[in-house]
Ligand binder design. Structure first.
Ligand SMILES: [Zn+2]
Length: 93
């Protein structure tokens, strides 16, 4: 695992995810389109696969993202294809 397949995702990166771009292993909830702000992207860890990685972060409208003891409200598997696409699009203003 070199991590070279997927660019690193800095904290604060905004990801626009289509319903097919992400899932949760427990299958809780329906998949739908959503925008999140990345806190931690586990692209280089043992939990990352060729297909997807754990992304931890916050909903765009989360008002407590900067409160230190507020746990991230989003934790899901995001497909590497979606990460590449989002990174190519560049950071949002
Ligand atoms: Zn939050």
């Amino acid at each position: 695992m070199t991590g070279s397949e997927t660019p690193p995702i800095p904290a604060g990166t905004r990801l626009h995810l289509r319903s097919e771009d992400w899932y949760h292993p427990t299958g809780v909830g329906d998949t739908y389109q959503r925008d999140i702000v990345v806190s931690v992207a586990h692209t280089g860890t043992a939990t990352a696969t060729d297909a997807s990685v754990w992304i931890v972060g916050h909903e765009l409208d989360c008002t407590r993202a900067h409160v230190e003891d507020h746990p991230p409200c989003v934790e899901l598997r995001v497909k590497r294809d979606a990460i590449r696409r989002a990174c190519q699009a560049g950071p949002q203003p």
